[in-house]
Design a protein around this ligand. Structure first.
Ligand code: HEM
Length: 206
């Protein structure tokens, strides 16, 4: 009998774990692609990257909402709806659930500022930096209380995920121009290349 047909294993618990793991994987993909997208040279690749970034973030967020609802519904862990947004008030594992709650709160902040990014682009950009803390916090939460935390594949996945984010960051820094563009004879900085409609569309992500 496998875990899915075993009546001793509650379905909510299996789904809670699955949604958590897939959500963290999608949010990692979104973060990695979001970091590298502004420094991709081809406008077409940038556009594809931005689509992947947004789609993975949206799907990951939906799964995360499922993860959190299941955590509240699960009969083994005792987590009130309030504890899903206020860190430290969970009856079960208040510290490690609290770390997950902070990560979730950061995600809410990211979503709200993204929806308002055209009205407040600076706030959007500043808050987007917060996303660097979101995944490490989520992994601390997962490795502290997750049923699979003791498994080697889970730990290796955590390391690979965080290494991918660090690698993307290094790649982005290595592609940034180190000196300002040379000036043309008229005294205005020479553009690196003519702006394309895609450049205009993706400008706010740079
Ligand atoms: C309000 C916020 C959150 C609550 C209430 C919550 C609840 C839980 C609970 C109860 C578990 C233990 C499941 C088990 O017994 O294995 C867990 C594990 C986990 N959570 Fe969360 N979580 C929250 C936020 C997050 C966030 C933001 C992420 C990722 C982005 C995440 C990803 C995971 C993962 C990957 C596991 C490990 C699953 C396993 O190893 O079986 N959680 N969470």
């Amino acid at each position: 009998m496998n875990a899915l047909n075993n009546p001793e294993i509650p379905m909510t618990w299996l789904m809670l774990r699955t949604t958590g793991i897939v959500a963290i994987a999608l949010l990692t993909i979104s973060t990695v692609v979001g970091i590298v997208s502004p420094v991709l040279r081809s406008p077409r690749r940038r556009l594809v990257a931005i689509s992947i970034h947004g789609t993975a973030a949206a799907t990951g967020t939906l799964l995360l909402l499922g993860h959190i609802v299941l955590a509240v519904l699960d009969s083994y862990v005792h987590i009130s709806p309030l504890a899903t947004v206020v860190p430290g008030v969970s009856a079960w594992e208040p510290l490690w659930i609290g770390v997950g709650t902070v990560s979730f709160d950061l995600l809410i902040l990211l979503l709200v500022t993204t929806l308002n990014r055209f009205r407040a682009p600076r706030t959007w950009k500043a808050v987007h930096l917060v996303s660097y803390a979101l995944l490490p916090l989520a992994w601390v939460h997962a490795l502290a209380i997750g049923s699979d935390a003791a498994d080697l594949p889970m730990r290796v996945t955590a390391l690979l995920g965080l290494a991918a984010v660090a690698g993307a960051f290094v790649f982005r820094q290595s592609r940034r121009p180190t000196s300002p563009p040379a000036e043309n004879p008229a005294g205005t900085p020479a553009p690196l290349s003519a702006p394309t409609p895609v450049d205009v569309n993706v400008k706010e992500y740079a």
